[in-house]
Write a protein that binds this ligand. Structure first.
Ligand code: NAP
Length: 485
């Protein structure tokens, strides 16, 4: 049992229309701690009827909400932010227990997630329209920005808090209502957020959380419903593509934050210690289960050996274990399937000529743990070069010229994050502009912030979360043409 300061933050029911309910089916399912394999609690399992109820209530609730002043919406969002920060210790414990990341990282995620609420509380007041100079002297042209309608948000297990606030905060700020379907593995953080939103005075129905054992059924209810005008999805590219198709019948606006395959490029003129520090942060945060994780280390041949040695030395310092234990810097993976998938990629690479220079096996700690791993002599033909690893494995690939590095970096359908390490300013510009990614970290391994636009190109998706652009996904522009003047 989790030892929380406020035990009421651990919820075991769905949150629909401002009420805690058991759901239509009356069924429950277990939430399991990936670090220990023990059950944290049982949770009510939602279905399509629960989802439809939440959507109808959302539509009703937003009619009033959209008419309120932006200032009022700001106050509620700020209150929600304050309550999250007050309860950060409990929220981090819940997150660590259901997801596995170390407690310090879990706290970092709560802070990061809350920052989106604070940011969009402020942005709510800046949803400006335009006055457009007309071609006709008798007309005046203007635009107003209006909430798009009910928003459906489907989120993954790797950031059970922040992936929700990045969507819900701009949607509420814009005047929309939201129905969230968190991942089956990590719904407790979402439910705790809903409890705090309720305490902050968010009117009933504006935020509902429906989760259950059948993601396909709930997803279909969200994508088929004509009242849902927008789907914001974070997850795998495979499911994203399916959901885009499902949204076509009702022509919903979609934003898609999908999988990545980030290149991490180290040139011979880089500060290698800085590059190794960035590599550790980018690769091993959340045990390698982030969409912006460095997936392929491209290192110029002249510094390949030195970089690899320094990288191994620093990686050996990681302490793997239950995230709830002091000093642990890397937790378990989300489940045993994840461990097996990652090991299959490592085995395939080795079979095709890669060399295991560190790790490369499941850990003795249990079936959900994998050792921090470094592979050298990786080639673009290997599966590990082309697939999102989503685990603590760093494949290193040598290159000779800048042209070759660019070709390798862009040789993927994914286009989320990339990282470049060099001290050459001309190259920084030239190279960054030619990378096919939505985000470029330059001599920097940690790039996410609520003030900056987060999102991908190519098959990594569309739309941007955070920043002054993040609200655009939740509004429609209405053009007013006034004649007879
Ligand atoms: P996933 O399998 O695509 O699941 C994501 C969400 O979609 C979960 O809530 C899941 O529900 C739900 N889902 C699965 N199948 C569905 C269906 N047919 N209809 C409706 N919903 C469905 O991805 P994941 O394994 O949880 O997350 C890892 C992926 O997310 C990685 O590819 C990662 O790169 C990506 N990601 C991207 C970003 C970004 O900002 N670009 C951020 C974080 C993660 P259940 O879990 O309940 O099955």
């Amino acid at each position: 049992m989790l030892s929380l300061n406020d035990p009421l933050l651990l919820k075991t029911q769905l949150f629909i229309n401002g009420e805690w309910v058991n759901g239509d089916s009356g069924n429950t399912f277990p939430i399991v701690n990936p670090a220990t394999g023990t059950e944290i609690c049982k949770l009510a399992s939602g279905n399509k009827n629960d989802t439809n109820t939440a959507i109808k209530c959302a539509q009703n609730a937003m009619q009033k909400w959209r008419q309120l002043t932006a200032k009022y919406r700001t106050q509620i969002l700020k209150q929600w932010h304050a309550l999250i920060m007050e309860n950060i210790d409990d929220l981090a414990l819940i997150l660590c227990a259901e997801q596995g990341k170390p407690l310090a990282e879990a706290k970092g995620e709560i802070q990061y997630g809350a920052a989106y609420i604070e940011w969009f509380a402020e942005e709510a007041k800046r949803i400006y329209g335009d006055i457009i100079p007309s071609n006709n002297a008798n007309q005046r042209l203007l635009t107003v920005k209006q909430p798009i309608g009910v928003v459906a948000a489907i989120t993954p297990w790797n950031f059970p808090n922040a992936m929700i606030t990045r969507k819900v905060a701009p949607a509420l700020a814009a005047g929309c209502a939201v129905v969230v379907k968190p991942a089956e593995a990590t719904p407790l953080s979402a439910l705790a957020l809903a409890e705090l939103a309720d305490r902050a005075g968010l009117p009933k129905g504006l935020l509902s959380i429906v989760v259950g054992v059948d993601a396909i059924e709930i997803g279909k209810a969200l994508t088929d419903h004509p009242l849902v005008r927008k789907l914001s999805f974070t997850g795998s590219t495979k499911v994203g593509k399916l959901l885009i198709k499902q949204c076509a019948d009702t022509v919903k606006k979609t934003s898609m934050e999908l999988g990545g395959n980030a290149p991490f490029i180290v040139f011979e003129d880089a500060d290698l210690d800085q590059a190794v520090q960035g590599a550790i942060a980018s690769k091993f945060r959340n045990a390698g289960q982030t969409c912006v994780c460095a997936n392929r280390f491209l290192v110029q041949r002249s510094v390949y050996q030195e970089f690899t040695e320094k990288f191994i030395e620093q990686t050996k310092k990681l302490i793997v274990g239950n995230g709830n234990t002091e000093n642990v810097t890397m937790g378990p993976l989300i489940n045993t399937d994840a461990v097996q998938n990652i090991h299959a990629l490592v085995t395939d690479a080795e079979r095709n000529g890669a060399t295991k220079v560190l790790g490369g096996a499941a850990s003795e700690l249990g079936s959900n743990y994998y050792l921090p791993t470094i592979l050298t002599n990786v080639t673009p033909q290997m599966r590990i070069f082309n697939e999102e690893i989503f685990g603590p494995v760093a494949p290193i690939i040598p290159f000779d010229t800048e042209e070759q590095a660019l070709e390798l970096a862009n040789a993927t359908e994914a286009g989320l994050a990339s990282y470049v390490y060099t001290q050459n300013y001309a190259r920084i510009w030239r190279f960054s502009e030619n990378l096919e990614n939505g985000i470029v970290g330059i001599n920097e391994g940690i790039i996410s912030s609520e003030v900056a636009p987060f999102g991908g190109v190519k098959e990594s998706g569309n739309g941007r979360e955070g920043s002054k652009y993040g609200i655009d996904d939740y509004i429609e522009i209405k053009y007013l043409c006034m004649g007879g003047i």
